[in-house]
Design a protein around this ligand. Structure first.
Ligand SMILES: CN(C)C(=N)NCCC[C@H](N)C(=O)O
Length: 288
């Protein structure tokens, strides 16, 4: 099993993650809190109360976990394609796989990475939603003192299953949308690259950006549900399951609730995934 895809997936994912985390924090807050009037209001309030650091809350665990998560995504994707088409990454330009195979490989990568991602994503979302400024003398401390404390508190209160809160919604979000992600990327690369050649850096940037954009646009409704289920338990609102969360969110806030955070998510998805794919292709190319 070629391991370069796993390593390239890890490094490229880490670069994209740092670039996109401030946007991600604003998105999560808009999806789970009703106190903000919109993106600008959320940004201004975050900056005023928590300074620039507020935008980077919850980033350390994703950075630590991206090695596992992104290398599983890209490594499983590439190795699933190898199993389906018997072509390595280098051979795929000369013998391009069918879009059905790309879709199946993408869905497989998405499905497996969702389970690795679930506990890290839960902790990220809980920390991003702590709007208290950094601990000051006399003011009550935030509920979680950091990622390890957050993980330990959830484990103590709810057991190991608690760490997988929202995992089902996350799996449903990621399985089909990762298929869409890789199909969009492949399709755009093939449209603008002569047969048998490698795509140019500009093509990879644009195709990667659009792959991120289309997959996140389709992922947003389940992303909202996933974030709400992850936050449930902390608030009074406890859902009986995914469907209950969908129905009660729509009843209380209208169908627009499923598109919360769509604009900021799209603005984030393009640069993050352009950088992710460019570094992934570059690393695999330079390792021959
Ligand atoms: C719709 N989904 C879940 C995705 N397209 N995920 C893959 C992109 C991962 C990248 N680190 C990002 O956060 O955008």
């Amino acid at each position: 099993m070629p391991v370069e895809e796993f390593v390239a997936g890890w490094i490229s994912g880490a670069l994209g993650l740092v670039l996109g985390h401030p946007f991600d924090t604003v998105k999560v807050r808009l999806q789970t809190q009703t106190t903000y009037r919109g993106i600008v209001d959320c940004m201004v309030k975050t900056y005023r109360h928590e300074s620039l650091l507020g935008f980077f809350k919850g980033m350390s665990f994703p950075i630590a976990s991206i090695a596992v998560v992104n290398s599983v995504l890209f490594g499983v994707y590439s190795n699933a394609l190898l199993a389906l088409t018997a072509t390595s990454h280098q051979e795929r330009r000369a013998q391009p796989p069918s879009y059905t195979h790309v879709f199946i490989a993408g869905c497989t990568g998405g499905f497996l990475q969702a389970y690795c991602l679930a506990p890290f994503d839960l902790i990220k979302v809980r920390l991003q939603n702590q709007t208290e400024p950094r601990a000051k003398l006399g003011s009550p401390p935030p509920r979680y003192r950091g990622p390890v404390h957050c993980a330990a508190s959830i484990f103590q209160a709810e057991g190991p299953r608690g760490l997988f809160r929202g995992a089902w919604a996350l799996t449903l979000r990621d399985t089909p949308t990762m298929g869409i992600y890789f199909v969009t990327y492949e399709w755009l690369c093939r449209q603008s690259t002569p047969d048998g050649q490698n795509p140019s850096s500009a093509t990879v940037l644009v195709a990667g950006g659009f792959a991120g954009l289309t997959s996140w646009v389709t992922a947003t409704p389940l992303d909202v549900i996933k974030s709400r289920m992850q936050m449930a338990g902390l608030k009074q609102r406890v859902y009986r399951g995914l469907l209950d969360c969908m129905v009660s969110s729509a009843r209380q806030e209208g169908l627009g609730v499923f598109f919360r955070g769509l604009t900021i998510n799209s603005a984030r998805a393009f640069p993050v995934n352009a950088v992710t794919f460019l570094s992934y292709e570059y690393l695999l190319h330079s390792w021959g």
